[in-house]
Every structure is written in C-alpha cells, then in structure tokens.
Design a protein around this ligand. Structure first.
Ligand code: GS8
Length: 218
C-alpha cells in the first residue's frame, strides 16, 4: 500500500517546521523526505510544479502546497486536537495573526542576517517591532489563542529555532526587548510536537553561516 502521508521538506525551513508540528500534534504518521533544494527531486517538481518549493504534503498521492494551507488542511482532515478555533470570529482572528506573521516576519529575519551596518540596524528594528506587536497580541495568555496551543503558535514558533542565529549575526538579544515572546516560546518548546519538529539552534546557525558563504555574504 502506498504511504498515505509524505512531507517534502528541508530541515531548517520554518515553513516545513509548521507542517511537522501540525502532523505531530495530530499524531499522524508520515514519511519525511528532506529535499536538496539545489537539486530538487522529481517528486517535488511534480508535486509543486507552480512554486517548486517545499513544504509539500502528499496525502494519498495528492499534493497540498504552501505551509499555512497545509496546516489548515491537516487540521481539517485530522480533527482531533483542533488547531483553529471553532468560532468563526475567533478563526478569522487566528487567520489574521498567522497572516501577519507570514507577511512580516520572514522578510525581517532576512534583513537581519543578509545586511550590515545601518541596513542591519533597520532590519533588527523592524523585526523587533513585529515581535512587539505580536507580544501585545499574546498579552498574558499562555498561547495566542488562549489556554491551548493553536494555529498562530504553529505559525510563529518555528522562527524561535532561528533566534540564536539571528541574535549572533545581528549582535542583539531578543529577550531584552521581548521577554514575553521568549517565555511563550519556551512554553511551546515543552510540547513534544514542537520539540520534535524544531532543529537545534546551533545547527541552524551553522546552516546560516554556510548559506551566507554560498550567497557570497561576508
Ligand atoms: C514558502 C516556502 C519556501 O519559501 C510556504 O510554504 O509557506 N510561502 C511558502 N520554501 C523555500 C525553502 S524555506 O526558505 C523553498 O523551497 N525554496 C526553494 C526555491 O525557492 O527554489
């Protein structure tokens, strides 16, 4: 019988991590395939011919692409341990904040590690501004959706595995500006689904240094 669930992924990808966390949360068994993005597999090109990017969830031979769409799909197919709230208004709010993370955070992280001097300072400022807005939204709740771990947490927590690399490259400390985000991240890390899905922060930093070399960034 064909493997029911395959995840085409790349280990340092925050987008891939979202899908891993969601699958772990649901207790879904899956085959994990780590792609070489410089030499993409036939399967990846076939399953995501439009963007040719990971992550791709292949469910019964049918692909689902784009991490946030994949997480929502997982939540709908395996309905145990729901990630999105059932109330339509609450769902809309969760989607709004996931969309905020999506639109703002990745680009800001890139500015922190691909630039230097004034540009890097501006990148750090931007990144912290986004985290501060998210921190306000979190407030005193344990998780973004309240008492239980959910969709916005899944969307944001993968970036935590990049914090050490960003802090080292950017020479700053996120805890100084955003202590509540760090507390929240540590809380998320206590979940098996998250701890299993996120790579070691030093390994991510090593990867980033390699990437910088490859891109010719000093
Ligand atoms: C982003 C996926 C992506 O950038 C999502 O799934 O949420 N919006 C998409 N994937 C990257 C690796 S992570 O940086 C990728 O597959 N890049 C390969 C390429 O661009 O050739």
């Amino acid at each position: 019988m064909a493997i029911e669930v395959i995840l085409l992924d790349f280990w340092p990808s925050p987008f891939g991590m979202r899908c891993r966390i969601a699958l772990h949360e649901k207790g879904v068994e899956f085959e994990y395939k780590d792609e070489n993005l410089r030499n993409k597999s036939e399967l990846l090109l076939k399953m995501n011919p439009v963007h040719k990017k990971i992550p791709v969830l292949v469910h019964n031979d049918k692909p689902v692409c784009e991490s946030l769409i994949i997480v929502q799909y997982i939540d709908e197919v395996w309905s145990n341990n729901p990630l999105l709230p059932s109330d339509p208004y609450e769902r809309a709010q969760a989607r709004f904040w996931a969309d905020y993370v999506e639109k703002k955070l990745y680009d800001a992280t890139r500015k922190v590690w691909t630039t230097k001097g004034e540009e890097q300072e501006a990148g750090k400022k931007e990144f912290i501004e986004h985290l501060t807005i998210l921190e306000k939204q979190l407030g005193d709740k344990p998780f973004f959706g309240g008492d239980s771990f959910g969709y916005v947490d899944v969307t944001l927590i993968p970036f935590y595995s990049w914090f050490y690399a960003l802090e080292t490259e950017g020479k700053f400390t996120i805890e100084e500006s955003n202590p509540k985000i760090i507390e929240w991240a540590k809380r998320c890390m206590q979940r098996e689904s998250v701890a299993k899905a996120l790579p070691d922060e030093k390994k991510v930093h090593g990867f980033l240094l390699e990437l910088k070399k490859m891109l010719g960034i000093e």
